[in-house]
Design a protein around this ligand. Structure first.
Ligand code: NAD
Length: 238
C-alpha cells in the first residue's frame, strides 16, 4: 500500500486497461482490429473525410458497448481517492468512455475526448452531450450551420485536449501512477519521463508496458484487483 502525506500531489493516468474488467476491449489486446474495424480507417481526419458514415458506425458501436458497461472496483477506488484528496488528485484518462464519472469521479481530464459528446466539424459550437447512435439508415448528423456533426474524439494526427493543464500538473506532482496503458501511444507514454526523478513513479497492469524502464515501481496485476488496496482509502469504495 502507498502511504500518502499531506503534501503529496497525485497524478493518475489511466488507459484502456482500467476499463477491460468492465468489458470494454483494449485496442492492443485485439491486434489492431477493434471488432472488425481497422483503427486507422475509422479514427483519423482522413477517415472522416473519406467515409463519415463508417466512422459514425464505429463510434455508435463503441457508444453501445460503453453504455452497457459498468464501472469496476478500480474506477470506484479512484473516485474514493478523489473524495479524500480533493484537488491533490489529478485524474487524466486516455479513455473516451464515461466509467470514471459513473463511478463518482467529478474532475476527469479526457485527453482523447469523450465518447458521449459530439461537435460540429465546421463551426465553433462547443461540444455537446450526445448519446444517440448514427448508423444506417440514420444519416450522418448535420449542424445548424450545415457542417457535419462528428464524435468529440481526438483522432490520430489531432492534438489531445487539456495539454497545457496536464503539463502544468505533471510538473508539480509527487506521485505519478499509470494504470492499464501500454506505454505506446504518445504523448501520454512520455508523461512518466517528464516527471522524472522528482516523483515516485508507479505502473499498474497485468503486463509490462513498453516504457517500463521509466517506472520505479511496477505492480503487474489487474487494476480492479489491486487499486482498492493500493491507496489507504478510508471506508469502502461505494
Ligand atoms: P492499449 O490498448 O494500448 O493498452 C491497454 C493496456 O491495458 C495493456 O498494456 C494491457 O496490458 C493493459 N490491461 C489489460 N487488462 C488490464 C487490467 N485488467 N488492468 C490493468 N491493465 C490492463 O491502451 P492505451 O495505452 O490506453 O492506448 C490506446 C488508445 O486506445 C488510447 O488512446 C485510448 O483512448 C483508446 N481506447 C480507449 C478505450 C476506452 O475508452 N475504454 C478502449 C480502447 C481503446
Amino acid at each position: 500500500m502507498l502511504e500518502l502525506s499531506q503534501s503529496d500531489r497525485v497524478f493518475v493516468l489511466t488507459g484502456a486497461g482500467i476499463s477491460a474488467e468492465s468489458g470494454i476491449p483494449t485496442f492492443r489486446g485485439v491486434g489492431g482490429l477493434w471488432r472488425n474495424y481497422r483503427i486507422e480507417e475509422v479514427a483519423s481526419p482522413n477517415a472522416w473525410h473519406r467515409d463519415p458514415a463508417l466512422v459514425w458506425e464505429f463510434y455508435s458501436m463503441r457508444r453501445r458497448v460503453a453504455a452497457e458497461a459498468n464501472p469496476n472496483p478500480a474506477h470506484l477506488a479512484l473516485a474514493t481517492l478523489e473524495r479524500q484528496l480533493g484537488n491533490r488528485l489529478f485524474l487524466c484518462t486516455q479513455n473516451v468512455d464515461n466509467l470514471h464519472e459513473r463511478a463518482g469521479s467529478r474532475r476527469v481530464a479526457h485527453m482523447h475526448g469523450e465518447l458521449f459528446k459530439s461537435r460540429c466539424d465546421t463551426c465553433q459550437r462547443p461540444p455537446f452531450s450526445d448519446h444517440l447512435l448514427y448508423q444506417p439508415p440514420t444519416p450522418v448528423p448535420r449542424c445548424q450551420c450545415g457542417g457535419r456533426v462528428r464524435p468529440h474524439i481526438c483522432w490520430f494526427g489531432e492534438v489531445p485536449f487539456e495539454m497545457d493543464t496536464i503539463f502544468q500538473v505533471l510538473q508539480h506532482c509527487t506521485i505519478f501512477v499509470a494504470i492499464g496503458t501500454s506505454g505506446v501511444v504518445e504523448p501520454a507514454a512520455s508523461f512518466v519521463a517528464l516527471v522524472g526523478q522528482k516523483a515516485r513513479t508507479i505502473y499498474v497492469g497485468p503486463e509490462e508496458p513498453a516504457n517500463r524502464s521509466a517506472f520505479a515501481e511496477r505492480y503487474l496485476e489487474k487494476a480492479g484487483e489491486i487499486l482498492p488496496h493500493l491507496f489507504p482509502l478510508e471506508g469502502k469504495p461505494d
